[in-house]
Ligand binder design. Structure first.
Ligand SMILES: Cc1ncc(COP(=O)(O)O)c(C=O)c1O
Length: 447
């Protein structure tokens, strides 16, 4: 019997991306409370959240009074004023704080509501920059196969895999092209790193040539890709990408919406690869999920070339969200959570590597507290399970029965992105539960 809340949700609420049958058949928990790194459903069942809120924003754990108080105080003092024509102080304070921690030469930030809007703002910065530099023909955006950049129209047009939403919303924004990804476990060119000499990065050169160098505004790339499950690139990949972008005057947009603010064991994942983005997008861990906020930042050079940034969202620079971000960043720094993500991430990855003993566990990979385990039907041949076998959903449900929240990426990978506050004890509890879920699903499948 579905609970009253589930029944009401069925009748009155559009749950994002959720199959109604799962609701009807009781597979969608009602989450009512969070404490530390645990969440609780309406029946009081406790889960260790190895997915930081599932979409991965939660950096500092649940129930942080300090953030709630900062939001309350700001809401009392000045909850809202427009982001255009007037200045509100939390946005300025936050922009200045971010400029002090950004990688490369980024200085200047535009605040929006989420990651998709951050990507839209990044495209607008790139296009306005070129437009004002008498390069009005540059309208094309190149992203990558398997890329995910969000669900608004521009971001969706840069989506590099089949998603039913693409068909529903077609035609998408014209002028998007897709580079092959640096997916070494299943190399699209059937090559092996480093003997490949980064052929997948070099393909950007020929793609820009094909698209017309004078027509391309920007190349957008996630530092680590999420589409196939937490995929770090080869260490020298972005050096090659930067060189090619510079050769053609194409701006490099780095999408740090998931990885920004400590997830990979550095404040920004760009620091692992010494990337100097022209524009960078952020969201999620910027507020730890306590309030909706996204951001697109650019360099002094680009910002100074745009005398009026043509962009307006009612909730841009929102004072309460900026106050939440400031309190969240304060906690990340004070509690050394970036270092904790690096230390716990190393142990987590070692634990996942041990789980490769399972017949269906392929590659384990990750950086900091963002890891993935490829799930394969045939380990030697790296064959994925056919989608109709729903292997990822079986594993996710088995994990939930064990009291941990994990998530799948596509049909091929289990993903792990716990809050940065994860302790060693919780980590061990999580790995044990993942181990057990793998055993149970394998037993059912006759391995
Ligand atoms: C790399 C990346 N960019 C952009 C987005 C879109 O962010 P949002 O869902 O906040 O709109 C996401 C969301 O997961 C993402 O992973």
């Amino acid at each position: 019997m579905a609970s009253k809340t589930v029944e009401d949700a069925l009748n009155y609420l559009f749950l994002h991306n959720t199959v109604k049958k799962d609701l009807q058949e009781g597979r969608v928990p009602v989450i009512v409370r969070g404490e530390g790194n645990y969440i609780f459903d309406e029946d009081g069942k406790r889960y260790l959240d190895l997915m930081a809120g599932n979409t991965r924003p939660n950096a500092i754990g649940y129930g942080r009074e300090e953030v709630a108080k900062a939001m309350y105080e700001q809401a009392k003092k000045m909850h809202y004023y427009t982001p255009a024509f007037y200045i509100t102080t939390p946005a300025v304070e936050l922009a200045k704080k971010l400029a002090s921690i950004y990688p490369g030469e980024l200085t200047t930030t535009c605040f929006v509501c989420d990651g998709s809007e951050a990507v839209e703002a990044a495209f607008k910065i790139a296009k306005q920059y070129h437009y004002l530099a008498n390069q009005q023909k540059r309208f094309k955006i190149i992203s990558r196969q398997n890329a995910y950049h969000g669900q608004t129209m521009g971001a969706l047009s840069a989506l590099g895999f089949l998603n039913p939403m693409r068909n529903v919303m077609a035609p998408l924004v014209p002028g998007h092209a897709f580079l092959i990804p640096p997916y070494c476990y299943r190399c699209p060119l059937n090559l092996t790193y480093p003997a490949c000499d980064l052929a997948c990065a070099d393909a950007l050169d020929s793609l820009i040539q094909f698209e017309g160098p004078e027509l391309v505004a920007a190349f957008i790339a996630e530092t680590m890709m999420q589409g196939v499950g937490a995929l770090p690139p080869p260490t020298d990949y972005f050096d090659r990408i930067r060189q090619i972008c510079d050769k053609y005057g194409v701006l490099l947009i780095i999408d740090e919406v998931i990885v920004g603010f400590g997830r990979t064991g550095k404040m920004f994942a760009s620091e692992h690869y010494n990337i100097k983005p022209d524009i960078m997008t952020m969201a999620k861990q910027l507020t730890g999920g306590y309030a909706p906020l996204g951001a697109a930042a650019t360099t002094r050079k680009i910002a100074e070339a745009i005398p009026t940034f043509l962009h307006l969202h009612t909730y841009g620079n929102h004072p309460v969200c900026c106050a939440a971000a400031l309190a969240n960043l304060e906690i990340i720094e004070r509690e050394n959570l970036v270092a904790n993500a690096a230390a716990m991430g190393k142990v987590f990855l070692e634990g996942l590597q041990e789980l490769q003993k399972h017949p269906i566990a392929g590659e384990a990979r990750g950086l900091g507290l963002w890891c993935a385990l490829e799930i394969v039907k045939d380990k030697k041949k790296r064959t994925p399970f056919p989608p109709q076998e729903n292997i990822i959903s079986q594993l996710t449900l088995a994990g939930r029965a064990q009291g941990v929240i994990v998530r799948g990426m596509g049909n091929n990978a289990l993903e792990f992105a716990p809050p940065l506050t994860l302790t060693r004890k919780e980590l061990e509890e999580g790995l044990k539960a993942i181990d057990q879920s793998l055993y149970e699903v394998e037993k059912k499948l006759g391995y």
